[in-house]
Design a protein around this ligand. Structure first.
Ligand code: SF4
Length: 694
């Protein structure tokens, strides 16, 4: 029989945003290959992407709405959700309800959820798990540039003469981007790669230099670099005409004690010399920078060095944040965070709120920022939030202080969970479960780390009664009485409205402009190729800021004086070890999809703790035996992986396992709910723990 044609779509996992060619196999599954025409991956896929077709079994799928554990109709379930939210708002006000959503949502899902909460319910209590991922980058870029703008593109990593990877295990967490970097270095061996990470990760295989800096000391290192930039004559005086704050920032950097990094001074000097002496330098940063109580300052310490040298927005130069989730960037653009509005408009700006109010014809516009994730779940715990809708994420596992968050959700008056499965630690706590379509069934757009908007296309039919998230949210909105504002027939209609709003946002000086994508119609939307924004009516640009022109009131960037701060939790006799957490190569988040693929489970099959040989000896833990890990907030039992990949005094554990997959391995139960004061991002990589043989 002739094969059905391949359908172009986008990988469900990380922020690299690889294009996938998917073909239904006729038995409910798919075969996949990398899309050679997608600019992010040019045909490549990583292990997770190649296994996408193996994660689609319907074994544990949620196929019908459930209320109190019983299958029911959509009509009954949505009527109950709308009634309970409406009653709670009427009795206790709009801030007594909240939505907690996900960087796995498509942009169109995100848009209507934000519109409902911020424009029609009248609260900004909608936050996203992207808060745990790169909220510090958002805050740092807004401080420096006036907007949350990624200046460069993936090509810059290939064009650079020096790529510095800070707090990024690119080889495991963004594998295809790592492959591109490795290929560029192989073709041009003079290119240098530096890895800055307390841990020796797989990414170090590519490194000419690895700096095992002390946890949390990134600001000290980049302040030192700024001083060396000044001393080495690399400050770009012409570019500083576009920048405020150089003198104060340099003074703050000079005032700092240089010893805080824990590094050999000769190695720091060699790194600074390399950076100062290389014009084409890209500094890539990820969760090691973001997930910190000083994450925003760390981001600004990096941006300061690029602004001082004018090495930004030109080919092969610039700071570059890589995001965790497939649509983390789309969520930022569409106002998915509680302190943002769609199209990079600012919820704290009365003029921006008015613009959106009038565009949406919103009856009850939120009048300021809502609760960030950690504060939101604290309000759930204290029963001030009485109705909570969790969409496409698993906070009972992934939030810091996860045991407390799990218990808070369990005690909440009314919890709705939309997901593909009922078998998550969070879904088990729901009063109402709503079956959502998943990857392969959904239709919409995502944005990757280099501003490329790609279509995710439905390749398979929705199973059972599952529906798209945007359709579920709009149906609840209509039942709450918000009628025609949510009367969309398709994701294409939502995208059209969003693109139109972006034109209005650009007219008041915002960077996010996709007004050139209005008027696509259904056919144009269906055929939309990967497209990097901005796409204005008058044209497109590859990079930002080469000529200055920042999105601040005076058009100039801000260098921000920053001072290094140690992680908030302090080691001591009771909790002598520093716990770092992160991803492994072949699992994704809380494993609801990737654990279905046998070959992905073969890589690392159980939760473990990397511990230095000297520490293992000191605490009496033999290789491959069990170790109890205790923090002030919780306890886990993990398999000891004795290795000098970690420094003495530091341990590392992956974050994926859940009560379902490893009851003693819920790592985020050990992480305290300490956050960066500006971004609200939790310090997920610097808990303190005690170890003992189990
Ligand atoms: Fe998917 Fe990321 Fe792998 Fe690309 S690099 S195939 S987007 S997981």
């Amino acid at each position: 029989a002739p094969q059905v044609p391949e359908i172009r779509t986008t990988c469900a996992y990380c922020g690299v945003g690889c294009g996938v060619l998917a073909r239904p196999d006729g038995a409910g599954g798919l075969t996949v290959r990398g899309d050679p025409d997608h600019p992010a991956n040019r045909g490549r896929l990583c292990s997770k992407g190649f296994a996408l077709g193996e994660t689609l079994s319907l074994d544990d799928r949620l196929l019908a709405p459930r209320v109190s554990g019983q299958d029911t109709s959509w009509d009954a379930a949505l009527g109950l959700v709308a009634d309970r939210f409406s009653q709670t708002i009427a009795q206790h006000g709009p801030d007594s309800v909240a939505f907690y959503v996900s960087g796995q949502l498509l942009t169109e899902d995100y848009y209507v959820a934000n519109k409902l909460m911020k424009g029609f319910i009248g609260s900004a209590n909608i936050d996203t798990n992207s808060r745990l991922c790169m909220a510090s980058t958002v805050a740092g870029q807004k401080r420096a540039f006036g907007t949350d703008t990624v200046p460069g593109t993936y090509e810059d990593l290939e064009l650079a003469d020096l790529v510095v990877l800070v707090g990024s295990n690119l080889a495991w967490c963004h594998p295809v981007l790592y492959q591109r970097l490795a290929a560029a270095k192989a073709a041009r061996p003079a290119m240098k790669v530096v890895v800055i990470d307390p841990r020796r990760t797989a990414t170090c295989d590519l490194a000419d230099m690895h700096l095992t800096l002390a946890p949390g000391s990134d600001v000290a290192l980049f302040n030192r670099l700024l001083v060396e930039i000044h001393k080495g004559g690399a400050v770009d005086a012409d570019y500083l005409h576009h920048v405020n704050g150089f003198e104060e920032t340099l003074r703050a950097a000079m005032a700092q004690d240089g010893g805080a990094t824990g590094l050999d001074p000769a190695q720091v000097a060699a790194f600074c010399k390399m950076w100062v002496g290389t014009e084409k330098v890209v500094t890539v940063f990820s969760q090691g920078v973001n997930q910190s109580s000083s994450g925003t300052d760390k981001v600004n310490a990096i941006l300061n060095c690029h602004l001082a040298t004018g090495r930004i927005g030109r080919p092969g130069m610039g700071p570059f944040s890589v995001t965790g989730q497939p649509n983390a960037m789309g969520g930022r653009e569409v106002g998915g965070l509680s302190n943002a509005l769609a199209c990079h408009l600012d919820i704290e700006d009365a003029g921006h709120r008015d613009l959106v109010r009038s565009f949406w014809q919103a009856p009850t516009m939120a009048n300021g920022a809502g609760l960030k994730a950690v504060d939101m779940f604290e309000r759930v715990r204290t029963r001030q939030i009485k109705a909570l809708w969790i969409v496409c994420t698993n906070p009972a596992v992934s939030m810091p202080d996860a045991d407390v968050v799990r218990d808070a959700i369990a005690a909440c008056d009314f919890v709705v969970v939309s997901d593909v499965t009922a078998n998550t630690d969070t879904a088990r706590l729901a009063h109402v479960l709503l079956p959502a379509t998943g990857w392969g069934e959904k239709d919409g757009t995502v944005t990757n780390s280099d501003r490329t908007i790609s279509r995710q296309r439905a390749v398979l039919p929705a199973p059972g009664a599952a529906r798209a998230d945007w359709a579920i949210i709009c149906d609840v909105a209509r039942r709450m009485g918000f009628g025609s504002a949510f009367d969309y027939a398709s994701p294409a209609e939502i995208f059209e409205e969003y693109a139109t709003l972006s034109g209005a946002a650009a007219a008041v000086g915002r960077d996010f402009d996709i007004s050139g994508l209005t008027g696509l119609g259904q056919a144009g939307y269906d055929a939309l190729p990967p497209t990097r924004w901005p796409v204005a009516a008058h044209g497109q640009a590859e990079r930002f800021f080469a000529e200055g022109q920042f999105f601040t009131s005076d058009g100039r960037a801000r260098m921000v004086p920053v001072t290094a701060r140690a992680p908030a939790a302090r080691t001591g006799p009771r909790y002598p070890f520093r716990l770092n957490t992160g991803r492994i190569r072949d699992q994704w988040h809380t494993m609801t999809r990737t654990a279905k693929a046998p070959r992905l489970n073969q890589h690392l099959g159980e939760p473990f703790l990397e511990i230095h040989p000297d520490d293992a000896t000191a605490v009496g833990v033999a290789p491959a035996t069990l170790v109890r890990v205790t923090s002030p907030t919780g306890s886990c039992i993990l398999r000891a992986l004795v290795t000098d990949r970690v420094q003495p005094g530091q341990v590392f554990a992956p974050m994926h396992w859940t009560a379902e997959t490893a009851p003693t391995g819920r790592i985020d139960a050990l992480v305290p709910g300490i956050v960066d004061p500006l971004s609200g991002q939790p310090e997920s990589k610097a808990a303190v723990v005690a170890l003992e043989p189990y």
